[in-house]
Design a binder for this molecule. Structure first.
Ligand code: 5GP
Length: 125
């Protein structure tokens, strides 16, 4: 069920729990600003989620309210993960679903990192 990205942050959301190690995840990277882990239901041979450590509902919340250090740290972490997974040369796709029409289901900002095969058209029709 897509979320309303204008609602306040809910610390009980699944990725907040994952950050607190209350639920397991297959982490591939973490630093001061971000954590990256395998998506539980991969939609490409490589499907990694990268999330900021900070409590941000969505891309919109993050873009509006995160500090410059958080934004830099998060963007660098996404690039680091893609590079470390060997995705730069073959290519990859980033996606940040936001709110209802975007199909966002988890109310903690996450960037999908897809790769490992040609990904086809940008949007399914
Ligand atoms: P959204 O639709 O919000 O952009 O994407 C949410 C993503 O989170 C989905 O691709 C879904 O498979 C993934 N996901 C949902 N719950 C969990 C979980 O508990 N662990 C992991 N690793 N991924 C999850």
């Amino acid at each position: 069920m897509p979320i309303d990205a204008t609602l306040p942050y809910d610390p009980a959301n699944i990725f907040a729990r994952l950050l607190r190690d209350e639920i397991p995840s297959r982490r591939v990277y973490e630093d001061e600003w971000a954590v990256a882990f395998h998506d539980i239901a991969p939609q490409a041979p490589e499907h990694i989620l990268v999330i900021p450590r900070g409590a941000y509902v969505s891309w919109d919340d993050f873009a509006a309210n995160a500090s410059a250090d958080e934004i830099t740290g998060f963007v660098r972490a996404v690039g680091t993960v893609a590079r470390a997974r060997g995705l730069v040369a073959p290519g990859y796709r980033l996606l940040a679903n936001t709110g209802g029409d975007g199909g966002q289901e988890v109310a903690h900002l996450h960037v999908h990192l897809f790769g490992g095969a040609p990904l086809g058209p940008m949007l399914a029709r």
